[in-house]
Design a protein. Structure first.
Length: 497
């Protein structure tokens, strides 16, 4: 597809958004040109990710030696069915969010800060893609910090002054999480003398320092758990999502936690090994317990929020619980369900936050009281929110139903029928908090803010409806998503030693 550059696609996947970041500052005097550059970069990244996935499905895993230095001496970029799937999620969401950003950023960010906003957005995308594609454990930490520092800046640029407090809170907790991850990687290096993840996996069975290995695993799980907002390490997430600019919220909510889940999967199954995680240590039981608590707590707390972004933020805590539940089961079907929900949750949460961004664009607020009656003023935006909300609940013919159906099958396959009931209970709680928004937006008397509102511009509606239609399309045509998720699950389980 990309001609002579096809051999360098793994490097280009990171280089394209990385080189776009400083160009945004160079072109700062022309905000529209900066936006066009970022859209082009995101679409190029999507094309690269699609080509990488096609190559992996056709020919198997890809190993790319940076600078021609072979692993483990050099840094390796390695692409298999697991991270090719996640890269497609990240670039797919970015390629839809960036067109949405054109009007949204112009309405929320001061003109003299627009170039900086896009620079941070491109650096965030660079970090997320690099973290996913690298085969070097230390580079996971490096790219994690690139994405995290970018996200702190993006969140702080929100219009509400509480965005600064939220960014600082995230910075503190993110720094703690990053430190834990770095310490865990350091312990692995002490044991094995290498940082290449495949090389670590080969050397660990010969390691005799089991206490150090278990300590490393504990540090990694806690550190990554902070980054993916695993209950009860999620306290940074609600405010970060609530007060960040709409574009930043949509991108971060749909991609950042998914990449963190991928990092957890990679370390548990490929590096440390499921024998250590699930047999020597009680990782499976702990993951399922925390997933269940997160699922119920996140959904329950979401019901009582008055800010729609906070409702969706606590909903994300619950949805991460579904993913962790599949990982905790450690069965082929459970892993397939968890990986499938990575993709599906990105689609539904991206669509929801973009619809909320449309409301904010016209009303200047996302509080329920201010959105009363907005559904009749903005029917297309409201319809997008409702369909994406139905997907979040898990209504048939949407992507939310597909992944929850597979997760239900996985729990029943293991005889965990109480967990199956909790999954259904979580969906019922989702009905309640989505209905609160629908009730206020459609049945409430128009608020002062909503009274003069009109439909969002096409520049916001088209990207939003693109994700909404994707929720329906992949809820009906499941061959690609289910098939790749199944292949990814089997790839991870092959790591069992």
């Amino acid at each position: 597809m990309l001609g002579t550059l096809s051999n360098d696609l793994p490097a280009l996947q990171v280089v394209v958004p990385l080189m776009s970041a400083p160009l945004c500052l160079v072109l700062a005097r022309w905000p529209r040109l900066v936006w066009i550059l970022c859209v082009a970069a995101s679409w190029t990244s999507l094309a690269i990710s699609m080509e990488l996935l096609d190559q992996v499905l056709s020919y198997g895993p890809i190993s790319y030696a940076m600078g021609g230095w072979a692993a483990p001496w050099g840094i390796e970029y390695r692409v298999d069915s697991v991270n090719a799937y996640v890269i497609l999620i990240v670039t797919g969401i970015a390629s839809v969010v960036l067109p949405f950003a054109g009007a949204s950023v112009a309405g929320e960010i001061r003109e003299d800060k627009v170039a900086m906003f896009y620079t941070l957005l491109m650096l965030c995308l660079t970090g997320l893609l690099g973290m996913t594609i690298t085969g070097d454990a230390f580079n996971v930490f490096v790219f994690l910090e690139i994405s995290s520092l970018s996200m702190y800046g993006l969140i702080s640029m929100g219009r509400d002054r509480r965005a600064l407090t939220s960014a600082f809170q995230y910075l503190v907790m993110g720094t703690i999480g990053g430190t834990f991850i770095l310490v865990g990687i350091g312990f692995l290096y002490v044991i094995t003398g290498t940082l290449n993840m495949a090389d670590i996996a080969q050397r660990l069975p010969e390691a005799t320092q089991l206490r150090t290995l278990h300590t490393a695993f504990a540090f990694l799980v806690v550190g990554i758990g902070l980054k993916l907002a695993m209950f009860p390490l999620h306290l940074w997430l609600p405010n970060a999502y609530a007060y960040a600019p709409s574009t930043a919220t949509a991108l971060i909510a749909a991609t950042a936690t998914k990449v963190a889940v991928y990092a957890l999967l990679r370390f548990v199954f490929t590096v440390i090994g499921p024998v250590t995680a699930y047999e020597d240590l009680p990782f499976g039981e702990i993951a399922m317990a925390l997933a269940t608590l997160g699922l119920l707590t996140g959904s329950f707390v979401a019901i009582f929020q008055e800010n729609v972004k906070r409702i969706l933020a606590y909903s994300s805590v619950a949805q991460i619980g579904y993913i962790l539940l599949g990982i905790g089961l450690a069965t082929a079907l459970g892993l397939q369900a968890g990986i499938l929900h990575l993709f599906n949750h990105a689609l539904m949460k991206g669509a929801l936050f973009m619809a909320v961004g449309c409301f904010f664009y016209r009303v200047g607020s996302v509080r329920l009281d201010d959105l009363r009656g907005i559904g009749r003023k903005m029917p297309w935006t409201f319809a997008a929110f409702v369909i994406a909300g139905l997907s979040l609940i898990g209504v048939p013919l949407t992507v939310g139903f597909i992944s929850k159906w597979y997760l239900l099958q996985a729990t029943l396959q293991q005889g965990y029928w109480p967990l199956a009931l909790l999954i259904l209970g979580g969906s019922l709680l989702a009905v309640v908090y989505i209905w609160r928004v629908v009730e206020a937006a459609w049945f409430g008397s128009p608020s002062v803010r909503a009274n003069d509102a009109k439909e969002a511009p096409l520049g916001l509606l088209i990207p939003t409806w693109t994700l909404v239609l994707a929720n329906l399309y992949f809820g009906i045509h499941t061959e690609l998503t289910v098939g790749v998720a199944d292949l990814a699950a089997r790839t991870l389980l092959e790591a069992i030693r």
